[in-house]
Design a protein around this ligand. Structure first.
Ligand code: ASP
Length: 418
């Protein structure tokens, strides 16, 4: 039997992902050993979840606003900016579609015994009934009209993600239309605020091993080993999707649009992909990525435009992951997601991947907004947190791969020399 003291001693000696993994394993053992009694430590996990949820609204608003204000400058770059944005949006939607197809075919969240599923539903009964009503919103027109808030504070107070996103896009756009000397202080302030919010995420992630331990222990205690097999199926679906999309699409894009031999491409950028995998951060990978592109003949005028922009707003891997995760959690709770729900996932995951910063675990934070919008209980996050780091490493690799391929394509489209 493990002792908490031993776990605590690991602090400082072991890296965070390893600690989370250890937390996960200990959580499973505790859950299987103590059964439903393990739920006694659930509040530790809840505190961790609440810390993450706390930053969602400010993070989405501020980072999307800053991203949009940054894109505003792109107008100056004109044609190249539009091509890059078009490419980003196309690949993001393609990635989510691959994720949704896989999640609907593999159905990683179904197949639980009816008894376990009933228990899962029961634990969040009140919330899911409210949320189900939200899914069955009357008409598409009404949803579109409702995107414009009449009271911004109400939108924030109710965490109405579509309204918050609308305001971020609106403010981000208009800020580029006012005189520079007035816009600049606002942007500097928001940039600082953004860093502070990300700092809260870092603090929350320090608690992750304990949060994951508590959450997994209580989930395993309540629902038994069966749920772990389901979790495994989910992780395999995400990783399989990332591999399929990342490898096939980028090979196609580089060879056809970019007219570059994909073998040379992958060989040239492998260092950047490894750094992305090991840091789980598109932003941290930027310098190595640009260096790799130098070596395969992509000019700085393209790479230093596409890569930083891509690290902030283009995350194909994150989008795919969010698509699979939203459907998976809905399946766990037995919540049907129809065509309109799936389209909502495409829209929200596109925005959520744009809103996610290029730092570790940003994608799981903005996943909260996808779940909220389609009315899926946030408690479902507890389960996928256990495998979060591994999935983050894989999706960051695909995020960076997408930006690298985009640089090759844009240089070609701009008639640069390869
Ligand atoms: N870690 C990812 C990145 O930096 C973002 C995410 O969490 O999905 O690209």
């Amino acid at each position: 039997m493990f002792r908490t003291g031993e776990f605590m001693k690991l602090k400082g000696k072991v890296s965070l992902p390893t600690k989370i993994l250890i937390g996960l394993i200990i959580g499973i053992i505790v859950g299987l050993t103590f059964g439903p009694k393990a739920t006694i430590i659930e509040p530790i996990g809840t505190i961790f979840l609440r810390l993450i949820t706390l930053v969602v609204v400010p993070l989405v608003f501020v980072s999307l606003l800053l991203g949009t204000a940054g894109v505003g400058d792109i107008k100056k770059v004109g044609r190249m900016g539009l091509k890059t944005l078009g490419y980003f949006i196309f690949t993001t939607v393609l990635a989510i579609t691959v994720g949704l197809i896989l999640a609907n075919v593999v159905k990683p969240g179904s197949g639980l015994s009816p008894e376990v599923q009933a228990r899962i539903q029961q634990t969040t009964e009140s919330q899911s009934s409210i949320d189900l009503q939200r899914i069955q919103k009357p008409s598409t027109i009404q949803i579109l009209v409702d995107i414009i808030p009449t009271n911004p504070l109400k939108a924030f107070a109710e965490s109405n993600m579509l309204q918050i996103i609308f305001m971020a896009l609106l403010f981000g756009t208009v800020i580029t239309m006012i005189p520079r000397d007035k816009a600049q202080p606002v942007l500097v302030f928001l940039d600082g605020l953004n860093d502070a919010i990300i700092q809260i995420v870092h603090i929350a992630m320090k608690l992750a091993p304990y949060g994951v331990l508590a959450l997994i222990a209580s989930v395993t205690g309540k629902f038994g080993i069966n749920i772990l097999f389901t979790l495994f199926k989910y992780a395999v679906t995400v990783i399989g999707g990332l591999f399929l999309y990342g490898f096939f699409w980028n090979t196609l894009a580089v060879s056809s649009f970019g007219q570059m031999n994909p073998v040379n491409f992958f060989r040239g950028v492998r260092e950047a992909l490894l750094i992305a995998f090991s840091t789980s951060s598109s932003s941290a990978t930027l310098p190595v990525a640009i260096d790799c592109l130098d070596r395969i003949g992509i000019k700085r005028q393209y790479s230093s435009f596409v890569m930083p922009l891509g690290a902030t707003i283009n995350m194909d891997g994150t989008a795919l992951y969010q698509g699979v995760s939203a459907v998976f959690i809905a399946q766990l709770y037995g919540i049907p997601i129809g065509i309109s729900g799936q389209l909502m996932i495409v829209l929200m995951a596109t925005l959520a991947s744009i809103g996610a910063a290029g730092v570790p675990s940003a994608g799981i934070i903005t996943l909260v907004m996808v779940l909220k919008q389609i009315g899926v209980p946030l408690e479902g996050l507890a389960l996928i947190l256990g495998v979060e780091r591994l999935l983050d490493m894989c999706r960051t690799t695909v995020n960076v791969m997408g930006n690298l391929a985009c640089s090759v394509v844009i240089q070609r489209w701009e008639k640069g020399h390869l």
